[in-house]
Design a protein around this ligand. Structure first.
Ligand code: TXA
Ligand code: MG
Length: 321
């Protein structure tokens, strides 16, 4: 685990308005002091992220979360049952909420998360203020599940990277809006819909876009894009493709291959998804992905894969930018 000197350096950097990459149980975050406009602006600049896209604000515990937002009965219930964990709750901002307007993109609601990763919690406690943190990747690229992924993309922009190896869940948090009743699913993620609905005792509403897909504001269709072209629901694999497999029944292939979960477990597959996409991206120009069931974390995996496969502009050589 990161030792105290590392956490101390990270806290000093945050206090100086600098950026810090830190592990959470979902993916690595690119953190800044959420109460400082200037520090938050550095996040948008480092990621090349559109400023219409609000950031998730991280705090050490539920009491701190209640200082930032108005928690109704349902929000309190979800927070008490499911935090700390891979869940973001969108609630109305509290009066006098100290979070920079830039972090919430001018909305009067706020996305808050209490992560469970011990180093994230240690950092948040030691800093003592809310930390705005999107995933620590360039906007639109694959999210980082290892410190190396952060260093590849952002090493010149961050003051400290707290390296804790691979993240446990591997997908970003599930985002639930408590602005509707029942609450709505804005982004499938590391906590399955089924797990949340079981706690809630009723189905979530869909937060949907114009094409009927779950959506949180600012989510781009071609988010999570590797450089390689991605072909989904592949029943076969072509010689020039890399294969991202799932389950026991894998087609013969002599090219690059990774199996998300030989036993067909969506939790294991989620943990491997971004790391394997990163790896295959370095080994082939095209990636074929076998079908993945839409249950459990499969819903979030398929959401990320659809975005990875979304049409992108090609350059003169037929490569993506
Ligand atoms: O697992 C995670 O959630 C990671 C780790 C670092 O915590 N963070 C993350 O943040 O994925 P980011 O910035 O990549 O995703 C934030 C998403 C935005 O796309 C936005 O749609 C949604 O959170 N969001 C934030 N505030 C919101 C609000 N007030 N209303 C609706 N959606 C909001
Ligand atoms: Mg992201």
């Amino acid at each position: 685990m990161a030792n105290n000197p590392d956490i101390d350096r990270a806290v000093s950097a945050l206090a100086a308005g600098e950026l810090v990459a830190f592990p959470t149980e979902t993916v690595y975050g690119l953190g800044a002091d959420a109460t400082s406009d200037e520090a938050v602006a550095r996040i948008f600049a480092a990621k090349g992220r559109p400023q219409i896209n609000p950031l998730i604000v991280h705090v050490a515990d539920v009491e701190d979360a209640r200082k930032l937002g108005e928690f109704n009965e349902t929000a309190n219930f979800l927070a008490d049952a499911l935090w700390p964990g891979p869940l973001t709750l969108v609630v109305p901002k509290s009066r006098g909420c100290p979070v920079s307007l830039l972090a919430s993109a001018g909305l009067d609601s706020i996305g808050i998360r209490v992560p469970s990763h011990p180093v994230a919690r240690h950092l948040l406690r030691a800093f003592g203020k809310p930390v705005a943190a999107p995933s620590a990747n360039i906007s639109g690229k694959l999210s980082p599940t290892r410190a190396e992924h952060v260093a590849e993309q952002l090493s010149d922009k961050v003051s400290v990277i707290l390296d804790e190896g691979g993240t446990e869940v591997g997908l970003e948090s599930t985002i639930i809006s408590c602005l509707t009743d029942p609450p709505s699913l804005l982004r499938p993620g590391g906590l399955s819909r089924e797990a949340i609905e079981q706690v809630l005792g009723k189905p979530l509403q869909e937060g949907i876009d114009d094409q009927g897909r779950p959506l949180a504001p600012g989510q781009l269709h071609n988010h999570y894009a590797p450089g390689a072209l991605v072909r989904l629901e592949a029943g076969d694999v072509r010689p020039d493709e890399a294969l991202l497999a799932f389950g026991a029944d894998v087609p013969e292939h002599s090219g690059p291959i990774r199996n998300l979960s030989p036993s067909g477990d969506t939790v294991e597959a989620a943990a491997n998804l971004f790391a394997f996409l990163h790896e295959l991206d370095g080994e082939a120009d095209r990636i074929a992905v076998m079908p993945i069931p839409n249950e459990g974390l499969g819903e979030a995996i398929n959401d990320r894969l659809r975005r990875a496969a979304a049409p992108r502009a090609l350059d003169a050589n037929g490569k993506t930018a």
